[in-house]
Design a protein. Structure first.
Length: 373
């Protein structure tokens, strides 16, 4: 796809709303595989650039400028002594998937069970690539948490996209939501995990799937992180998924509150930034009343961003929406060692960790009926 056609397809605000609708109705809609897979097949990681006196040298890789992180950053691949990053396989009633599990060095000596964060990669990515790009393992070591990276299988989706747009993968009790929930429960049962502090996050297709899984299983997950994703119910098949990615879709109303933190690049040409606003709108609806605050800030030497937080008084926030100016379809503040990262943005991984650890599930909520499988 050339740059002109890509701009035409993924920037509906260049025309009036009526003309956009007409264009979408008359256009031949590509398959979701092509839309996600062609555009999201990750670029090769940036080569490590030599640091100059003026700072780190930027390299252009994929849709955003990548920067080689310093040797002391979270991009370091070495697993600390006493920690582990192992591969496993889950087999359950709803299918089998391989996964990577990071267990921090403090796990064996911890006085209390630790939080668990489930991370769902984007199309074309792998757990290893996603771990490198987000730097979540280093944060898990810093804060004391386990990180689970389920791997989508090619036989389930050719480009390793999570099937967030299929009806059979959008609800509790079946499909990929049940599979991921079952894997999560397996890790909770077999590792020193605090069942009150279990969270899920993802990028792109993984973000859309994370939101589905979290809202389908509020008895398991205490909060969700959505990076460049779409609202629950934004699509029901390949054609509607592509339209939702292009123009945005509000999805459906959620039945129960779920603390949600959302990141989206303002220049995202793969998933329209309107989808981030729709996801925030849906996350807010189950709450009776939350106070809204908005701040515009800038990363030193990097992107400006707008953070909108919704909380009760001055307490913890229940819904946050971060719009990163000038950023595309990439993990904000990520490492150039992984694909689809934008080091110039605010640190989405650290902010998600901060947000997550302020939320817990109650015993009453964890006792909700139903078995994910």
């Amino acid at each position: 796809m050339n740059s002109d056609s890509e701009r035409q397809m993924f920037d509906p605000f260049k025309t009036t709303r009526a003309r956009s609708r007409k264009k979408l109705r008359s256009a031949k809609v590509p398959s979701v595989s092509k839309a996600w897979g062609t555009l999201l097949t990750p670029a090769k990681p940036a080569r490590r650039a030599k640091a100059s006196a003026g700072g780190r040298k930027a390299k252009r890789v994929g849709p955003v400028a990548q920067q080689a992180p310093p040797a002391t950053s979270r991009s370091r691949a070495a697993v600390p002594r006493g920690a582990s990053f192992r591969t496993g396989t889950h087999e359950g009633a709803f299918g089998a998937r391989s996964y990577k599990l990071y267990v921090p060095s403090m796990a064996k000596k911890a006085a209390e069970p630790l939080p668990l964060i489930v991370m769902l990669h984007g199309c074309g990515q792998t757990p290893q690539d996603f771990a490198r790009g987000t730097g979540m393992n280093a944060l898990a070591e810093e804060f004391g948490a386990l990180v689970l990276y389920p791997a989508q299988a090619r036989k389930a989706q050719l480009n390793r996209c999570w099937n967030w747009f299929k009806r059979g993968d959008q609800a509790r009790g079946g499909g990929e939501p049940a599979l991921i929930a079952g894997l999560t429960q397996e890790i909770i049962a077999g590792q020193p995990v605090d069942p009150a502090r279990v969270y899920i996050a993802g990028l792109s297709a993984g973000a859309s799937a994370s939101l589905i899984v979290a809202t389908a299983y509020p008895d398991i997950f205490a909060a969700v992180g959505v990076h460049s994703g779409l609202a629950v119910g934004a699509a029901h098949d390949a054609a509607s998924a592509t339209r939702a990615m292009v123009a945005g879709a509000p999805g459906r109303r959620l039945g129960a509150p779920m603390p949600t933190i959302i990141f989206h690049g303002e220049k995202d040409k793969v998933v329209n930034p309107r989808n981030g606003r729709f996801a925030a709108m849906r996350a807010l609806q189950p709450y009776d009343r939350l106070d809204r605050t908005e701040k515009t800030m800038r990363v030193s030497g990097g992107h400006e961003y707008v953070r909108t937080a919704h909380r009760v008084g001055r307490g913890r926030s229940y819904v946050e929406h971060w719009l990163v100016q000038g950023s595309g379809h990439a993990w904000s503040g990520g490492n150039a060692a992984g694909s689809y990262t934008d080091p110039d943005g605010p640190d989405a991984s650290r902010e998600m960790m901060r947000f997550f650890l302020r939320h817990r599930t109650t015993k009453k909520r964890r006792a909700l009926p139903g078995n994910p499988g």
